[in-house]
Design a protein around this ligand. Structure first.
Ligand code: NAP
Length: 249
């Protein structure tokens, strides 16, 4: 059995019905945390994640809410604090892509990607941080991307949102540090999920050729890093950008 180092903690993982968020929610629950599973559309997938956690003896609640909408985020946070008493760990993972070369990019693709990936993290952090401040303990873990550091052609919107998330993480680290709240950002490389499934085989082969470990990452690889950053063991790490990319060199 896993250690229970997150026993008594309450976590919110956004975008936890699939992919990285699902693996993160399951991993945090396996370490004893109660987990709120947020998602926006796929009811059955989200319910299945909660079921999997409960089948292993963990506790989960499922909350449908668009993270880009303040009128949805506020009640989500209230629901968690009413039911679970607090929020200790926030993983801002919900994200989308709407790729296009800049000259052809519809304004809507810019707005949607910035709103979900950056405004979503802003809203969830703003409303969840109050509970962390009251308890003088908190972990904010943002899921950015290598695109936020390097910029990707065809992803100006996504790269801008993910780069913004990196700066946001550092600003929050400065604001919240005195209350024993850490704020860190993870930049995954290529992780096998629905999001990356859509890429053409040619693009996948090109990316793979640049990865030192010669394999794509798994959601579990990222979940292990999140679990560490959420733990007591990572209490002196804040404001950091941590890449998990198999060595893109
Ligand atoms: P994914 O498989 O497409 O899953 C996206 C998740 O986000 C789903 O749970 C989805 O909910 C949720 N979501 C989307 N829009 C939302 C909204 N407005 N409000 C609430 N939830 C929303 O994506 P993934 O590959 O796991 O990616 C997770 C995060 O990692 C993203 O931020 C992504 O940018 C980042 N990332 C991924 C990779 C990679 O290689 N996969 C690399 C770098 C960074 P529904 O199921 O209800 O639609």
């Amino acid at each position: 059995m896993d250690n229970q180092e997150l026993k008594g903690r309450v976590s919110l993982v956004t975008g936890a019905s699939r992919g990285l968020g699902k693996a993160i929610a399951i991993r945090l629950a396996s370490l004893g945390s109660k987990v709120a599973i947020n998602y926006v559309a796929r009811d059955e997938e989200a319910a299945a994640v909660a079921k999997e956690i409960e089948s292993k003896g963990g506790e989960a609640i499922v909350i449908k809410a668009n993270v880009a909408d303040a009128d949805a985020v506020k009640p989500m946070i209230r629901q968690i604090t009413d039911k679970c008493g607090r929020i200790d760990i926030l993983v801002n993972n919900a994200g989308i892509v709407k790729d296009s070369l800049l000259l052809r990019m519809p304004d809507e693709a810019w707005d949607d990607v910035i709103n979900t990936n950056l405004r979503g993290a802003y809203l969830c952090t703003k409303f969840a941080m109050r509970s962390m401040m009251e308890n003088s303990w908190g972990r904010i873990i943002n899921i950015s991307s290598l695109a936020g550091l390097l910029g990707n052609a065809g992803q100006a919107n996504y790269s801008a949102a993910k780069g913004g998330l990196i700066a946001f993480t550092k600003a929050v680290a400065r604001e919240a540090g005195a209350r024993n709240i850490t704020s860190n950002v993870i930049c995954p490389g290529f992780i096998t999920t629905d999001m990356t499934d859509k890429l053409p085989q040619e693009a996948k082969s090109m990316i793979l050729s640049r990865i030192a470990l010669k394999r794509f990452g798994t959601p579990q690889d990222v979940a292990e890093l999140v679990a560490f950053l959420a733990s007591e063991r990572a209490g002196y790490i804040t404001g950091q950008v941590i890449c998990i990319d198999g060595g893109v060199v």
